[in-house]
Design a binder for this molecule. Sequence first.
Ligand code: NAD
Length: 365
Amino acid sequence: MPTRRRALQQIGLATGAAALAPWSYCQARPQSSQGKLGVALVGLGYYSTDLLAPALQQTEHCYLAGIVTGTPSKVPAWQRRYGIPDENVYDYDNFDRIADNPAIDVVYVVLPNSMHAEYTIRAARAGKHVWCEKPMALDTAECQAMIDACAQHRVSLALGYRMQHEPNTQQLMAFATGKPYGLTQLVTAAAGFKGNFQGDPRPWRTRRAMGGGAMYDMGVYSLQAARYTIGEEPLWVNAQHQVLRPEIFDEVDETTLFQLTFPRGAVAQCTTSFGINVNYLHVTYADGWARLDPFSSYRDVGGEASEGRLLTPWTGNQQARQMDDDALALKQGRATRVPGEEGLRDIRVLEAVYQSAREGRPVKV
Ligand code: NAD
């Protein structure tokens, strides 16, 4: 019997062969004494430092076991704060040795977008499950290579789309499938913030080669919202860029507007920006409506829907919920909620958005 499955059965979590995803046949690895999966964060920038590491102090099914960083000066403070032993600290050169470390079950890639593919593939080759931040990668070829590497090495790949784990967002996803208000007809989604993007060197979010640009960073929230509130894949994209600060945005988009049309006639009007503070989602159904405002914040996502239905702001920790959902799925040998294929679908549309804006015409996805 495959070792992983045997291990899962020993801890009473196996769910039967039919329910097991291909990666569940990978090598068994010890878990921490509390039965939690060990997570190693790769890249100790803003999101790891301010959101993910604190959230991992609240998770039930996983814990912060290791770090991977190219900045040695960060290591002592992280080790002190989170009790990370020397043997679970890696840099980008010796990262592949993580294969030999049984304390690490999951590698969470939290690097600039252009580095997601390389570190996902290296983690998969090391036999570790991968959580990868959004956007998945620069293009569909990279996304496919990531999916293939994880399949080949029988590890799971989950995207860090935290909204898909958020309860009010899940309610809107349920409206798309259950159709209490009929078919979705119109979606208006806007996700952006005004940043100054100063610095030397220039922040990677302004660099094309690093996967910078509003569409890659925040546009995927608007795009995801259109896709999960309609429950279909877009057919056509029409997009426009706007740059008001060319001294900063000389390589990437500052603001992108994009319109999507869907197979059953729904349309989405999406906005994303590095220059406008905007954060709302309005959905019009054949027989009703729903709104989330804010819809992509870390906290207090909430709003209302037809017939006085309140979508009370959810005040829990989204990152903890996301990582617990995904860790529990791994422990139970189930597929995670947001697999690599979901990231690939977005990047396919994103490529069409950029092509449409470049060529000044609608583009078929
Ligand atoms: P950041 O710039 O704060 O951190 C990036 C880290 O990568 C830093 O520790 C930096 O030292 C390291 N790095 C390694 N090589 C680098 C290089 N060549 N150039 C620049 N940095 C390099 O970025 P962040 O805000 O933490 O974003 C990291 C990832 O997390 C991105 O993919 C971003 O989209 C994602 N993110 C997701 C959310 C979310 O809500 N899901 C929120 C913020 C960021």
